[in-house]
Design a protein around this ligand. Structure first.
Ligand SMILES: Nc1ncnc2c1ncn2[C@@H]1O[C@H](COP(=O)(O)OP(=O)(O)O)[C@@H](O)[C@H]1O
Ligand SMILES: [Mg+2]
Length: 288
């Protein structure tokens, strides 16, 4: 993969421990790096600590042992403006993110705050709304949008600021199936065309192979796995203990795992189709 940024490592997370005040230890020895232009997915069951980890990376939570570096600088020593000029967090619930009365006003807030003149603000808002397929929605009232539309407005707000690093908390949760697919394609495009670095928290196993360069599985506040999706989903794995499962496509092909020729489970529909085509053309599907 080609990386276009001068910083090969955008984020370095070396977290010794974190707990909410008075509560038990929530995150422990979570260490990873995110390369410029990479898409890292943080996968874990509900309550695993994903949202907490994203807030900590974004500098919203500061009371922990360890350090988080953004382009080599300690996030706790950066001013808010220095953080949000580079990196933005898409909250799981768009109602926590959106606050202006109209779509235009909301998306314009970030670039205005960054000091761009009104002409540039308008250009950025229109371009961002176009990217999230909401052109023409400028004058709409936020309160009248669907959940999925609100989510896309919130993303447009971040895109209008031109972040180089996007942290996304459950970005596809609550979207219609076709919107989910388009949202993932959009994120992939942002990564490929604009070299935006993505860190995505999700509990939706099936989206991981669609988008991740690497996946970090978080379980009970610790790193259970860190590596490419093929490595963890390409072979039968006991994921029940971390309250996860293989992607459905991989599970579908489990009965063929033992057979010659299938050394790696497919992770996506496309990969599954390829294997089926090969087996059908060799006429080598099992009878039972
Ligand atoms: N502000 C908070 N104060 C105390 N406990 C919290 C707070 N936010 C989350 N938690 C707890 O921390 C744990 C991890 O939560 P979270 O980071 O939201 O996990 P995930 O996003 O993986 O579902 C949960 O047990 C949750 O109840
Ligand atoms: Mg969460």
């Amino acid at each position: 993969m080609a990386y276009h940024f001068s910083h090969p490592l955008r984020l370095v997370v070396k977290l010794r421990s974190f707990s909410y005040s008075g509560d038990a230890l929530l995150l422990q020895d979570v260490e990873f790096e995110v390369k410029a232009g990479e898409c890292l997915v943080i996968l874990g069951a509900s309550g695993a600590g994903k949202t907490t980890l994203l807030k900590l990376i974004d500098g919203l939570l500061k009371d922990y042992e360890g350090e988080v570096l953004l382009d080599g600088q300690d996030i706790r020593k950066l001013k808010p403006k220095e953080i949000y000029s580079k990196m933005g967090l898409l909250f799981q619930n768009p109602d926590e993110q959106l606050f202006a009365p109209t779509v235009f006003e909301d998306v314009a807030f970030g670039p205005r705050n960054m000091g761009f003149d009104e002409e540039e603000v308008i250009r950025r808002v229109l371009q961002a709304l176009d990217l999230v397929e909401l052109s023409g929605f400028e004058g709409r009232s936020i309160s009248q949008l669907s959940f999925g539309q609100k989510k896309r407005v919130a993303l447009a707000g971040l895109l209008a600021m031109g972040h180089e690093v996007l942290l996304l908390d459950e970005p596809t949760l609550g979207l219609d199936p076709i919107r989910e697919r388009r949202f993932l394609k959009l994120l992939k495009r942002l990564q490929e065309e604009r070299s935006i670095t993505l860190v995505i928290a999700t509990h939706q196993v099936d989206i991981v192979p669609e988008i991740a360069d690497r996946v970090l599985i978080l379980s009970e506040g610790k790193v259970f796995f860190l590596g490419p999706p093929e490595e963890i989903f390409g072979t039968p794995q006991p994921l029940e203990k971390v309250y996860l499962r293989l992607p459905l496509v991989s599970e579908t092909f489990l009965p063929l795992w033992e057979r010659d020729g299938l050394k790696k489970l497919p992770l996506t529909v496309e990969e599954g189709r390829e294997i089926l085509k090969r087996l059908l053309s060799n006429n080598s599907l099992p009878n039972s």
